[in-house]
Design a protein around this ligand. Sequence first.
Ligand code: ATP
Ligand code: MG
Ligand code: FE
Length: 332
Amino acid sequence: AVILGIESSCDETSASICVNGEIKSNIIATQAIHAKYGGVVPELASRAHQQNIIPTVDQAIQQAKITKNDVDAVAFTRGPGLLGSLLVGTSFAKSFALARNIPLIDINHMQAHILAHFIDDPKPQFPFLCLTVSGGHTQIVLVKDYFDMELIGQTLDDAAGEAFDKTAKILNLPYPGGPLIDKYAQLGNPDAFKLPEPQIADLNFSFSGLKTAILYLVQGEIKKNPNFLEENMHDICASVQQRIVSILLNKLKKAAKQTGVKDIAIAGGVSANSGLRNSLLAMGEKYKWNVFIPKFEYCTDNAAMIAIAGYHKFLKSDFIGQDVTPLARIPM
Ligand code: ATP
Ligand code: MG
Ligand code: FE
């Protein structure tokens, strides 16, 4: 089966072709326009999706060396995400399916981040745990089957990606700040600044206290030394990153202990973070886990994860009607 996957939930327009479970193309048009506003502007994102969607799909089809006529089904992100952005991908997918008289498959974006682990080998075994860390979500998910997932922990305030991006803003770094903090952290001392670890019960997370602690630290130090940021950028980034990673992994460790599950995965944009990847590998060795870390191209938003999820729904003939509408929020 040939599946066309469409992703348009935030600020990436992406299209991918999956042939019998194998990804043949994964084209991602990133919207540079948002950088100058310091965050994603929903109105501009919808407009950019509208401009990018056709060329992105054309390129995905070309690179996969197929034609439009070969596509057997269209899978698209139904949500969660920005409604105006989702509408572009949803409308495109519906039109394409209608014109070619082929089935339509709706995909949950957060499930797709996790199902990206079924693109390449080695693949995790059910049930496995996935720490999904992205721009809008921080979740620990018990994955029992492709579309049978239980949310067992989540953030009570900011998402991990938001914690990176908001910290970056305090440090006067451009949006999105996550990748830059990662880069500078590699040159700094992670123990240079002491930052608090929140005491939250269960498997839930909180990052707002950390953000406030960084803000107060920076404001206080700048009063004493106006060049504080420039002189300490690497150490601050390393300290912040180490704390975010420890908050995430301590809860993941707790979840593994509680469930007894030994196949442990990470997913979402923040799973590209080198500190998180390295610490997870070390923790996995210590606790004898089978650790699954996505390829960089499948961490942040991409349509390959939508196409592979679509393929697994296609195998079950799990289709959706033309009256489907996107949803800004969808439960797991
Ligand atoms: P969601 O999936 O929750 O709807 P999203 O799709 O916007 O949100 P992703 O594209 O999965 O999120 O991830 C984007 C986030 O990942 C941003 O917050 C970005 O800063 C962060 N990120 C990307 N690379 C890194 C990195 N190397 N280190 C830390 N954070 C990173
Ligand atoms: Mg994005
Ligand atoms: Fe995402």
